[in-house]
Write a protein that binds this ligand. Structure first.
Ligand code: HEM
Length: 399
C-alpha cells in the first residue's frame, strides 16, 4: 500500500468515523431525526476538506498496480468518503449534474474502470472485503447498530456463499450421485445458518438507529457525471447462484435477468465470474423432473430428491424472512412514520417504495415457490417432485 493510500486508510478508520458519529448524534437528538440541513456545518466542511486533502495525492498516483485487493480497498475508502458526503447532503445527485468532488471522482473512475466494478462504495467493501484491524472493522460510525448490521450481514452473505459453493459442485457429479445428497444437505445447512444470523440481526438491530443513522449512508451518489445507485446488502452473487442452480428463479425471466445485469458491476469480479458460470448450468429442478418418470421409485431418486426439496425449502424460508421481517420492519414500517418531505430516495436503487416492494415480493415468492396466478413460480414443479418422493409420508414419519 502506498503512503498516500495508508494515510487515507488511517483517517477513514479514525477521524472519519469520529466525525460521522458526532454528526449522527446531532441529527438523532432532533425532533425531526431525518433532517440534516443546518446541523453541524463546521464539522461537515472539515470532513470534506480533510478527506479531499488525503485523496488529492492518491488521484495523482492513480491505480498503481499493487493488485486487486489494494486497489479495491482504496476504492472502498474513497467510496465511504463520498457516501458520507452524500449522507450529510454535501452532495446530492438531484441538484447537481456532476459530482462536485472532482479528484475523488477521477480516482474512483480510474480504479472502477481498471477493476471492472462500479466506481463507488459497494457492499463488499463493508462486508466480505472489510479487514478488521485489532478487532475493529471499517464502518461509517462507531454506533453499535452499524456494527450489528455489518457483522450479521457479512455472516449471512458467507452462509449464502457456502450454499452456492456446495450446489456448484453438483453438476459434474450428477443428481443421482451419493455425494450429491451430502452437498444438498450442506446447502440446506448453510441456508439454515443464514436464517439464524438473519434472526439475530432482526432481534438486535434497533429500528430507529438503523433507519436514521445507518441506512442513509447507502444512498445513490454521482461519480463524475453519472449517478450510481446505492449499495445494498444484496450485491453479491451467491444468492443468485442458489436461485439459478436450484431452478427457483430463471435466467430467461426478463425481470430476473434484468436484476442480474443491474447488479453485475456492484459485485467483485470473482462474483461476476461465478454468476456467469451458473448462467451456463442446467437447473437441478429440471434434472430431477426429467428423471422423474423413469426413476421415481429408485432409492437414489427418493434420497436425493428429498434432500433437494429440503434445500429449496430452506432457501424459501430465508427469502420470506428477508422480506416479511427485515424489509417490512426496518424499511416499510419506518418509512410510514417518516415526514413526506423526506420520502425522495428512500430506497438504495431509487424506485418509489411500493415499486421496490413489489419487486422484492416477486423475488420472495419465486424463491419460496409460492403459488401465484400472475407469474410462473416453481410451485407446481416442486409439488410434482414432492409427490414423486412421497414427501408427505417422509415428513409425517420425521414428526
Ligand atoms: C436490516 C436488514 C436488512 C434490510 C432492512 C434489507 C432491506 C433491503 C432492501 C430495501 C433491498 C432493496 C434494495 C434497493 O434496491 O433499494 C434489499 C435487497 C436485498 N437484500 Fe436486504 N436487507 C437487509 C439485510 C439483508 C441481509 C442480511 C441479506 C443477506 C445476507 C440481504 C440480502 C439482500 C439481497 C440479496 C437483495 C437484492 C434483492 C434480492 O435478490 O432479493 N439483505 N434488502
Amino acid at each position: 500500500m502506498s503512503q498516500a493510500a495508508a494515510a487515507l486508510d488511517r483517517w477513514i478508520r479514525s477521524t472519519f468515523v469520529a466525525m460521522n458519529t458526532e454528526l449522527e448524534e446531532m441529527y438523532f437528538r432532533q425532533d425531526d431525526r431525518a433532517n440534516v440541513d443546518g446541523v453541524g456545518d463546521r464539522l461537515k466542511n472539515a470532513l470534506a476538506e480533510e478527506g479531499r486533502a488525503l485523496i488529492r495525492p492518491l488521484a495523482e498516483e492513480g491505480n498503481t498496480n499493487e493488485g486487486f485487493d489494494s486497489a479495491f480497498d482504496v476504492l472502498g475508502n474513497l467510496g465511504l468518503f463520498l457516501a458520507a458526503l452524500r449522507r450529510h447532503e454535501l452532495t446530492n445527485p438531484a441538484r447537481e449534474s456532476a459530482s462536485p468532488f472532482a479528484e475523488a471522482s477521477a480516482l474512483g473512475l480510474h480504479i472502477g474502470a481498471s477493476l471492472g466494478v462500479a466506481p463507488r462504495f459497494a457492499t463488499a467493501h463493508l462486508n466480505t472485503h472489510n479487514r478488521a484491524i485489532d478487532g475493529v472493522q471499517k464502518s461509517f460510525t462507531s454506533l453499535p447498530d452499524e456494527f450489528v448490521f455489518i457483522d450479521y450481514n457479512t455472516m449471512g452473505i458467507l452462509g449464502y456463499k457456502r450454499a452456492a459453493d456446495a450446489l456448484m459442485r453438483i453438476p459434474p457429479l450428477g443428481i443421482s450421485n451419493m455425494a450429491t445428497a451430502m452437498l444438498l444437505d450442506n446447502a440446506r445447512d448453510a441456508l439454515d445458518d443464514v436464517a439464524k444470523t438473519n434472526a439475530i440481526l432482526f432481534d438486535r438491530l434497533d429500528r430507529d438507529r438503523f433507519f436514521y443513522s445507518v441506512r442513509p449512508y447507502y444512498k445513490p451518489y454521482r461519480v463524475g457525471r453519472q449517478e450510481y445507485r446505492g449499495a445494498n446488502a444484496g450485491d453479491f452473487s451467491a444468492i443468485n447462484e442458489v436461485d439459478l442452480l436450484l431452478g427457483l428463479c430463471r435466467a430467461n425471466d426478463p425481470l430476473y435477468s434484468q436484476l442480474l445485469i443491474d447488479k453485475m458491476l456492484f459485485m467483485i469480479p470473482q462474483d461476476q465470474e461465478s454468476l456467469r458460470a451458473c448462467l451456463r448450468r442446467r437447473p437441478l429442478l429440471d434434472e430431477f423432473l426429467d428423471a422423474m418418470t423413469a426413476c421415481a421409485g429408485k432409492d437414489w431418486f427418493v434420497r436425493n430428491g428429498r434432500a433437494f426439496i429440503e434445500a429449496c425449502l430452506a432457501h424459501g424460508r430465508t427469502a420470506v424472512q428477508h422480506h416479511d421481517q427485515l424489509f417490512e420492519t426496518f424499511i416499510v414500517r419506518m418509512s410510514e412514520a417518516l415526514d413526506s418531505r423526506h420520502h425522495a430516495q428512500l430506497t438504495a436503487s431509487g424506485p418509489p417504495l411500493p415499486v421496490l416492494a413489489a419487486t422484492l415480493e416477486r423475488l420472495r415468492d419465486l424463491r419460496a415457490a409460492a403459488p401465484r396466478d400472475d407469474i410462473e413460480t416453481a410451485h407446481r414443479k416442486l409439488a410434482a417432485l414432492k409427490n414423486a418422493v412421497n414427501w408427505q409420508d417422509a415428513q409425517s414419519r420425521d414428526e
